[in-house]
Design a protein around this ligand. Sequence first.
Ligand code: ZN
Length: 82
Amino acid sequence: MQERAEDTTARTNHEMRELLRCKRCNLPYMSARSTSGLRLTYCSLFCELSDLGFSMDALEHMERAEPGEKDDTPREPVAIDT
Ligand SMILES: [Zn+2]
């Protein structure tokens, strides 16, 4: 059965069995399943974003983003002189 696959995986990994409590929504969650960059603090990226106002992942991407790659350059038709 597909539904049991997760249970088996959880048992092999001690870390996955640990239930943490989200700092923001106060719900128990498994750190391994958290989508947050701070998976030991928040249950999901949404809670991380709501609490911090930004996400660690987004911050990293912003630092890595190369400048001058905006896509708002107007595309003018090329005038061909004949
Ligand atoms: Zn949460």
